[in-house]
Design a protein around this ligand. Structure first.
Ligand SMILES: Cc1cc2nc3c(=O)[nH]c(=O)nc-3n(C[C@H](O)[C@H](O)[C@H](O)COP(=O)(O)OP(=O)(O)OC[C@H]3O[C@@H](n4cnc5c(N)ncnc54)[C@H](O)[C@@H]3O)c2cc1C
Length: 416
C-alpha cells in the first residue's frame, strides 16, 4: 500500500512513523525545511507524553517539566494541581517546537518515511485511490492523509471543510528573556480585548519564557486583527517578573477547534490534527490531539485498508466527540454571554482557591484527562463535569447535529 501524508508537524510525523514502521510505503510532503519554527506555547501536555511513550518514541532531551499551573481571573488566582492518573503521569513538558517537531519527524524518517520538500496545492480522490499535486507534479496514492494544519489545503480541495461553520482561534507567541517558576494562564476580561474571549500565557522554556495571547474568533477571522496590541499590553504587565524585551520575532497562528464544520475523513482521504479541527476549545491545546489522531489514522489504515475513513471517523467519534462538542457548546455560550462567562470564571477560581478537589477536577477536565484519571483527588469532579457537558450537548440543537448527521454529512459536504 502507498500512503501520502501532507504535513510533517506532530500529526503527520506520528501517522507516517507508525505506518512506515509497519512496512507501509509512506511519502511525506512538507512545504517547510526542517527544523522549522511553529507558533506555539510549546507545552506538550501529559496526554501527548503518554501516547509518545506508548508508541516508543519518547521526547527530546532539551525539555522543561511543566506540572502545576496557575489560573487567574482579574485579581483572583488558583493553582491547578498536577497529579498522575491511571493512563498518564502528572507532568507535561515545555519543548520548543523547532526542536520537538524536528525530533518527531526524524524518528519517522528513521522508520523509512520518504520526505519531499514542496507545497501541495490540491488533493482529491481518483478511481480506487487519491492524488495530490505538489509543485505542479501529480502523485497517486492508495490513501492520502492531510496533516497540513489549521488552514489545511487537503480539507479545502478535497471538500471536507465548510469554512462558514468552523470554530477558529488565533494566537500570538513571543519569546522573552528571564525565568518564571510556574506556568500561568491569565483569563483576559473581554472588555479589554475588544469583546473577544481570550487568555494570556507565561510558560517557562529552556531559553527563557514563552508568553502569548490567544482569542476565539468563531467564523470571523478579521476579529483577530489588533492582537499584537493586546500582546504588547499583556507583556507590559509582566514587567515586574521578567525582561519584556522580545527575543526574535513574534509568531502567530490559527487554531481550528471543537471538531466543528470539518468531516475528518471520506473515501481515500483522512484528516488528522489541526486539519481535522481537533484543538481543545477550552484552552487551545492541540499537540496531544494531533499525535493521538495520527495514531488512530495509522491504525485505521493498517486494519481497515480501503474502509479506513469509516474506521477512523468511528474511533475519533468514540474518543473525542463528547469532550469537543462540550467545549464548543461552552465557547458558544460564553461568546454570546461574556458577562455570564465572567461570573462563572470568578466562581470557579474562588471555589478552586478553597477546595483543592475542585481545582484538581477542573484541571483534569479542561485538559481532557478525565477518562484516564482513575481514583485521584478531583477525579469525581472531573467526571461530573464531563457528564454534565455530555447531557448539555444532547439538549443543544447543534450538539444533536454533531452526534447524528455531522459525522456522515456536514451541510454541503457528502459523507461516505
Ligand atoms: C500561538 C499558538 C500557541 C499554541 N500553544 C499550544 C501549546 O502550548 N500546546 C499545545 O498542545 N498546542 C498548542 N497550540 C496548538 C498546536 O500548535 C497545534 O494544535 C499543533 O501544531 C497541531 O499539529 P499538526 O501536526 O496538526 O499541524 P502543524 O503543527 O501546524 O503542522 C502542519 C505542517 O503542515 C505543513 N503544511 C501546511 N500546508 C502545507 C501544504 N500546502 N503543503 C505542504 N505542507 C504543508 C506545515 O509546514 C507544517 O509543517 C498552539 C497554537 C498556536 C497558534
Amino acid at each position: 500500500m502507498r500512503v501520502g501524508v501532507i504535513g510533517g508537524g506532530p500529526a503527520g510525523a506520528t501517522v507516517s512513523l507508525l505506518l512506515a514502521r509497519s512496512g507501509v510505503d509512506v511519502t511525506l510532503f512538507d512545504k517547510a525545511v526542517f527544523p522549522r519554527d511553529k507558533a506555539c506555547g510549546d507545552v506538550v501536555g501529559p496526554r501527548a507524553v503518554r501516547v509518545l511513550s506508548e508508541i516508543g518514541v519518547g521526547l527530546p532531551d532539551e525539555r522543561w517539566p511543566v506540572g502545576e499551573m496557575q489560573l487567574s481571573w482579574r485579581s483572583l488566582t488558583m493553582t491547578l494541581p498536577s497529579r498522575g492518573g491511571i493512563g498518564f503521569d502528572g507532568t507535561g513538558y515545555s519543548i520548543k517546537r523547532q526542536i520537538f517537531d524536528d525530533y518527531l519527524l526524524r524518528r519517522s524518517l528513521q522508520e523509512g518515511t520518504q520526505l519531499v520538500t514542496g507545497r501541495v496545492s490540491f488533493v482529491g480522490e481518483r478511481g480506487q485511490g487519491a492524488e495530490l499535486i505538489c509543485e505542479g507534479q501529480r502523485c497517486s496514492f492508495d490513501i492520502i492523509v492531510g496533516a497540513d494544519g489549521a488552514n489545511s489545503v487537503t480539507a479545502k480541495t478535497a471538500g471536507l471543510v465548510d469554512e462558514d461553520r468552523v470554530e477558529m482561534g488565533f494566537a500570538l507567541r513571543r519569546y522573552l528573556d528571564g525565568h518564571v517558576a510556574m506556568p500561568r494562564i491569565d483569563m483576559l476580561a473581554p472588555e479589554s480585548m475588544g469583546g473577544l474571549l481570550g487568555y494570556g500565557w507565561t510558560f517557562p522554556n529552556s531559553g527563557g519564557v514563552n508568553a502569548g495571547v490567544g482569542v476565539a474568533v468563531g467564523q470571523n477571522r478579521s476579529r483577530a486583527r489588533g492582537l499584537h496590541g493586546h500582546l504588547d499590553r499583556y507583556v507590559a504587565k509582566l514587567e515586574h517578573l521578567l525582561s519584556t524585551e522580545a527575543i526574535g520575532c513574534d509568531a502567530g497562528g490559527w487554531l481550528k477547534m471543537g471538531m466543528i464544520g470539518t468531516l475528518p475523513a471520506r473515501g481515500r482521504v483522512l484528516l488528522v490534527g489541526d486539519a481535522a479541527g481537533l484543538v481543545n476549545p477550552f484552552q487551545g491545546e492541540g499537540i496531544a490531539a494531533a499525535i493521538e489522531s495520527g495514531r488512530f489514522a495509522a491504525e485505521a489504515i493498517m486494519t481497515a485498508k480501503a474502509g479506513a475513513a469509516i474506521a477512523y471517523r468511528r474511533r475519533l467519534y468514540d474518543e473525542s466527540l463528547a469532550f469537543q462538542s462540550t467545549g464548543h457548546l461552552l465557547l458558544r455560550v460564553a461568546r454570546q454571554r461574556t458577562d455570564l462567562a465572567g461570573s462563572a470564571l470568578r466562581g470557579l477560581v474562588t471555589l478552586g482557591r478553597r477546595h483543592c478537589g475542585i481545582a484538581a477536577g477542573w484541571g483534569l477536565f479542561w485538559n481532557d484527562l478525565t477518562a484516564q484519571s482513575g481514583p485521584v483527588p478531583g477525579g469525581g469532579v472531573a467526571r461530573g463535569l464531563a457528564l454534565a457537558g455530555t447531557l448539555a450537548t444532547r439538549c443543544d440543537p447543534i450538539g444533536r447535529r454533531y452526534r447524528a448527521s455531522e459525522w456522515t454529512r456536514v451541510p454541503g459536504i457528502a459523507g461516505g
